[in-house]
Design a protein around this ligand. Sequence first.
Ligand code: KIV
Length: 266
Amino acid sequence: MKRKTVLDIKNMKGISPISALTCYSYFNAVAMDEAGIDIILIGDSVGNVILGYDTTIKVEVEDIIYHSKIVASHNKTSFIVSDMPFMSYQVSKEKAIENAGKIIKYGYSNAVKIEGGEEVLDKITAIISAGIPVMGHLGLMPQSINKLGKYCIQGITEKDKEKIIKDALLLEKSGVFAITLECIPEILAKEITEKVKIPTIGIGAGRYTDGQILVVNDILGLNFDKKPKKFVKVYKNIGKEIKNVFKKYNKDVKNHLFPDINNIIR
Ligand code: KIV
């Protein structure tokens, strides 16, 4: 099977739900290929779940390129989108094009994702003009954590709701191929999905978006959060199993139970 293109993704709206997951590693890239995941995002959540940072703010363009290159080299069929990290696109149109270009050229990605609406529209338009597909990202924007103060549901007040709808329409007009909607009420995500002709991909945005995305570590229980976020489905708590394996191995070595007779090279 060939790699999905931006047109394949756009044409899925109203036809077939779009599956998307974040991915940062070789094993998951291959496994997601086999599973038929439509979009793979090398998210700046790499900062939280792989690099152990408290926010995505510290993620560098080089981090995204490093992980994108690994993922794109081993996954042959998904459409590969990479996040543009904090301050890699806000400063100027020139800097935004330069960094998006690096991510595509050296990270082998098919598109970039950018957080924000009206405030960053000129940068998004510039990147698209340079021939690079852009996915928008509205609602909860983790790169704005210092402005927000906490990660919480967006689009609650009338003013906030109107801003998100306006931004979604502006993004569509600017030429983005899809919009990620993070942590907004289901009814707002539904309204946006009906208003725009491009696919919406929800994370904590309810049932009516054109696609769903989750952070891979969250669905595998591979993080140190005590309680998973409400919208996350932990398909298997592999994190717990890994911890048990490490404990068992440690105990076995200390108690001379490993290597056992079957593991010895003679
Ligand atoms: O970085 C990320 O993982 C994301 C998803 C939450 C959509 O942007």
